[in-house]
Ligand binder design. Structure first.
Ligand SMILES: Nc1nc2c(c(=O)[nH]1)N[C@H]1C(S)=C(S)[C@@H](COP(=O)(O)O)O[C@H]1N2
Ligand SMILES: [Mo]
Length: 405
């Protein structure tokens, strides 16, 4: 079906629900069909087609994204936890966040400049980068704003990213000893104003030299075996396994080594976490830290039933995870079983728990991930979260609500 068949109203609905065009087309392609899909009962029916049982829909479901959010970040294509079946997120179901425009770059015109405090500045073509050694990583990208709003719970996805490692390129460029910061610029740009100074700035993020020279950092040109789709940064994006989404600069155009810390918008004004932290002598200090490495997190994605027995299924990510525990209502924490991704460093883990003593009525389900060093995903009422005044890094334990018939 040609996209031209959609009415304006359909397009508006599509945008408001956060459903992808594909969802829409698969399910019949009319505004009525779309409205039917938004009815939780119908959702259950659709998801019930999953092979291992009938999905019991959670009572809490994210509301539609507000129009302003779609305007600010583009088509977010948020993931639907309840429909999560595949450990690798298909490209057309992968969420996307863009703060400026989404440039369309012709491969033959693409250039990547490596410059600044290096002995041998150089400009690479796409063909030159693709001829270099190939490296792959399965990495779960989560936007640091995920779960910062009730409507934004699907800003996450897992892909197998392929590209060439960055560190040999930096070595060939010859880092000068004064260089402490590696700044990555995208080809996208937007209007910014700081203290009445107006300018058009490119998207930028930086890494310290020691973070930028880690062996897993990639100049990535492939996502799940396909060239990077345009909205995910074609032809080249930075992939920084273990870091929040914002570090993974799309449409990478320039790498510059500098002698100072970088103070661009996405390092100092946006994607910063502001907390009120207790001081040892009493009182609090307000801290403001740049969002960087991903924090440990988990969620119960759905509950399925098969012939009267129930299973809780979920995911955990954002650090070296040792185990996941699940609690129903105010009961004891019970250990879940990791079913996928156990040996993977940078990919989410899938887990489940057989819920053998489910009783009719309404229940809450909470999960918590526990890191190898013993770090526990904080409870929602942990001061780490209640004293956090910005929505980034909302990694608190998530409680879902469900009704068992
Ligand atoms: N050039 C550029 N890179 C960017 C962004 C952007 O706006 N411009 N957004 C960042 C943010 S905030 C996130 S969460 C991820 C999202 O990646 P995706 O769109 O491929 O899912 O890209 C990051 N890289
Ligand atoms: Mo993000």
């Amino acid at each position: 079906m040609a996209s031209g068949n959609e009415s304006t109203r359909d397009r508006e609905l599509l945008r408001d629900t956060g459903l992808s065009r594909r969802d829409f087309l698969v399910k019949g392609g009319s505004a009525l069909a779309l409205l039917a899909m938004m009815d939780p009962a119908h959702f259950a029916q659709l998801a019930g087609a999953a092979e291992d049982g009938q999905v019991i829909p959670f009572l809490d479901r994210p509301p539609a994204a507000p129009e302003a959010a779609v305007k600010a970040y583009g088509e977010l294509n948020r993931m639907d936890w309840q429909a999560l079946n595949e450990w690798i997120t298909p490209n057309d179901q992968f969420f996307s966040v863009s703060h400026y425009n989404r440039p369309v770059i012709r491969p033959e015109e693409y250039r990547l400049e490596i410059t600044g405090l290096v002995r041998n500045p150089k400009v690479y073509t796409l063909a030159e980068l693709k001829r270099r050694p190939r490296q792959e990583v399965v990495f779960t990208i989560e936007c640091a704003g995920n779960h910062g709003f009730d409507w934004f719970t699907g800003g996450i996805g897992t892909a197998k990213w392929a590209g060439t490692p960055l560190v040999p390129l930096l070595q060939e460029a010859g880092l000068r000893p004064e260089g402490i910061e590696v700044v990555f610029f995208g080809a996208d740009a937007g209007e910014e104003e700081v203290r009445n100074v107006k300018m058009s700035q490119q998207f930028s993020r930086s890494l310290s030299v020691s973070d930028a020279t880690r062996p897993e950092v990639l100049l990535c040109y492939e996502m799940n075996g396909e060239p990077l789709p345009p909205q995910h940064g074609y032809p080249i994006r930075l992939i920084v396994p273990g870091w929040y989404g914002v570090a993974n600069v799309k449409w990478l155009s320039r790498i510059e080594v500098m002698e100072t810390r970088w103070a661009g918008r996405f390092m100092t004004r946006d994607y910063v976490t502001i907390r009120e932290e207790p001081q040892s002598g009493g009182g609090t200090v307000w801290t403001q830290k740049v969002v960087g490495r991903a924090r440990i997190k988990s969620i119960a994605a759905r509950v399925t039933s098969q012939g009267g027995s129930y299973r809780i299924e979920g995911a955990a990510w954002g650090g070296p995870i040792d185990r996941i525990e699940v609690r129903v209502d105010n009961g004891p924490w019970r250990p879940a079983t990791i079913t996928r991704g156990k040996e993977q460093s940078f990919a989410w883990k899938f887990w489940n728990l057989e819920w053998t003593d489910a009783t009719p009525g309404e229940h809450t389900i909470t999960s918590r991930a526990i890191a190898r060093e013993g770090d526990i995903q904080p409870a929602a009422d942990d001061p780490l979260l209640t004293k956090k005044h910005t929505y980034w890094e909302s990694n608190g334990q998530i409680t879902r609500r469900i009704r068992i018939a």
